[in-house]
Ligand binder design. Structure first.
Ligand code: SAM
Length: 246
């Protein structure tokens, strides 16, 4: 069982998150547990405030050290992640690494962010989900939990499909098609209807290499292409250029 603790000032945010899809399945099957902790329960302030004005002046409010420290005291050995746009950018490789943890605690920020002493003294890692600023850490925490949940055996219907997804082997996924085989004059590549599974496998590998080459060439720098991959990619590029010049 994987335990995810969430420290937040908006505990209700996670109600709908917990009631759909793979997250619900993981919870129902007892493979994950989500423990939402209201930071406001750990303040002595009579109005249940956990934020205060910044020293030195300026706009916005800052989440205080004490409520976070007191809330964390109740949690037994858990990796502590603070969500922040200043953190290390989330990638699939980080999700793979975090999937080994049995318990992770996410500290969701709001307002102008946190008292820096929280980051310096109470946290193992600072993670960002992208180079943009959201108004809270709840969505970033949900993104990470969703990404981790689909890596847990027994939660997705088909682990094989997970292992073929984009980024698993530093490549993007190949294109997919389903019924009908012809619609509005657009057809499915013949090979996919051929029943020749070894040829289909090769075609998919070629498309996966090609999609990565066209959409995310930066990823190809991290892959050691086999001789066959190299040949497939060259074939893809030649076919692509021919199609473009038609
Ligand atoms: N003043 C902060 C800064 O510029 O670095 C931004 C604070 S933001 C408005 C409020 C909270 O949203 C942050 O403390 C963090 O928890 C969360 N947040 C916003 N953008 C994020 C991102 N890209 N990744 C992870 N968390 C984010």
């Amino acid at each position: 069982m994987k335990l995810y603790n969430l420290l937040t000032v908006y505990p209700e945010f996670f109600e709908s998150f917990k009631s759909h899809g793979l997250i619900k399945k993981g919870l129902d099957r007892g493979l994950i547990s989500i423990n939402v902790i209201n930071l406001r329960n750990y303040t002595n302030d009579k109005h249940k405030r956990v934020d205060f004005k910044p020293f030195g002046g300026g706009p916005g409010m800052i989440i205080q050290y004490t409520p976070v420290k007191e809330a964390l005291k109740k949690i037994k050995s858990s990796k502590t992640i603070l969500l922040s746009p200043q953190g290390k950018l989330l990638k699939q490789s980080k999700l793979n690494e975090l999937s080994a943890e049995n318990s992770i605690t996410f500290i969701c920020g709001r307002y102008e962010g946190f008292d820096e002493r929280i980051l310096d003294n109470l946290v193992d890692e600072e993670i960002s989900i992208g180079d943009y600023v959201l108004s809270g850490g709840e969505i970033p925490a949900a993104v990470i939990i969703e990404g981790l949940t689909r890596l847990i055996p027994g939660i997705p219907e088909n682990m094989e499909s997970i292992n073929n997804d984009s980024f698993c082997d530093h490549l993007l996924d190949h294109p997919h098609y389903t019924k009908p085989s012809e619609i509005d004059g657009f057809s499915v590549p013949d090979i996919l209807l051929s029943g020749n599974h070894s040829e289909i496998k090769l075609w998919r590998r070629k498309q996966s290499l090609g999609a990565t080459y066209l959409k995310r060439p930066d990823l190809l720098k991290n892959v050691n292409l086999s001789k066959e991959d190299d040949r497939l990619l060259q074939e893809f590029i030649a076919e692509y250029q021919e199609k473009k010049s038609d």
